[in-house]
Ligand binder design. Structure first.
Ligand code: HEC
Length: 107
């Protein structure tokens, strides 16, 4: 009986641990007003964090490339809509680096 209970507790804890980066990235994404166009799992104006994670999986230059897209803007990768440049007044370099690292791990 208690073995099952322990397994259940472990499963819940693993689930919580996996959810933390997503929640943290949600907070930064709200602060940078990225949420106006990006959600974790659902395409909105821009691609979901999940879709970005899938697209750039295993690409070592992705963090730097995506950092530049956010700062300079980008278009034509996901569709007709452009990603407008987002400056340091909305999200600092450190916050953006953290947010992109989390984005690339979004399950
Ligand atoms: C006004 C809407 C809007 C806002 C606000 C916005 N984005 Fe985007 N974003 C887009 C669109 C549209 C695209 C797809 C561009 C394309 O097809 O190349 C995109 C693409 C991206 C990509 C993928 C780029 C690529 O080349 O694959 C990343 C990463 C990203 N956005 C991060 C962010 C972050 C971080 C923020 C907040 C600091 C943010 N976006 C705010 C609309 C937005």
């Amino acid at each position: 009986m208690s073995v099952w209970r322990n397994l259940l507790v472990s499963a819940v804890l693993v689930g919580l641990a996996a959810a933390v980066p997503v929640l943290a990235s949600d907070a930064l994404s709200a602060k940078g007003t990225c949420v106006a166009c990006h959600l974790a799992k659902q395409k909105l104006v821009g691609p979901s964090w999940h879709d970005i994670a899938v697209k750039y999986k295993g690409k070592p230059d992705a963090p730097k490339k995506l950092f530049d897209v956010v700062r300079k803007g980008g278009k034509g990768v996901w569709g007709p809509l452009a990603m407008l440049p987002v400056g340091r007044d909305r999200i600092s370099d450190a916050e953006l680096t953290t947010l992109i690292a989390w984005t690339l791990k979004t399950p």
